[in-house]
Design a protein around this ligand. Structure first.
Ligand code: ATP
Ligand code: MG
Length: 137
């Protein structure tokens, strides 16, 4: 079993879509091991997305990610990282497949409803960024 970090982003939380998205996650066979709603500080968003700091969209992305609450979750399942990325769909919802979270709910390439870890090393950094061992059941 593998774990991955999910973030339901401010665009989706503000539209009351967190429940629908968690239902899609569970229907796909992924188990929610921890979840909480938080509002990121600017410093936290910048640290979380530090890998993108040279990208032209970094400032706007950090503004967006701090614009309202997010729902962060640790998910577990067989091939959880790839399974969740498949469920999320393409970064740009214009390219996202039918049945994916981003096809259903994303607004545009930035306000794209969800984040998921992209590799085992990333998940191993991202889960402890938000959760202590005690918070994961
Ligand atoms: P995530 O990392 O959030 O799971 P991803 O791996 O599909 O998404 P990345 O390339 O890692 O996409 O980009 C991180 C986030 O930055 C995207 O999810 C999106 O919110 C934002 N982003 C990516 N590309 C653009 C862009 N061209 N313009 C604006 N925002 C973008
Ligand atoms: Mg990414």
């Amino acid at each position: 079993l593998q774990r991955t970090l999910s973030i339901i982003k401010p665009d989706a939380v503000s539209r009351n879509l967190a429940g629908d998205i968690l239902a899609m996650i569970q229907a796909a066979g992924l188990t929610v091991k921890a979840t909480k709603m938080i509002q990121l500080t600017r410093a936290q968003a910048e640290a979380f997305y530090a890998v993108h700091k040279e990208r032209p969209f970094y400032g706007s992305l950090c503004d967006f990610m701090t614009s309202g609450p997010v729902v962060v979750s640790a998910l577990e399942g067989e091939n959880a990282i790839q399974a969740y990325r498949d469920l999320m769909g393409a970064t740009n919802p214009a390219n996202a497949a039918e049945g994916t979270i981003r096809k259903r709910f994303a607004l545009d390439v930035e306000k794209n409803a969800v984040h998921g870890s992209d590799a085992p090393e990333t998940a191993a950094q991202e889960i402890p960024f938000f959760f202590s061992a005690l918070e994961i059941v």
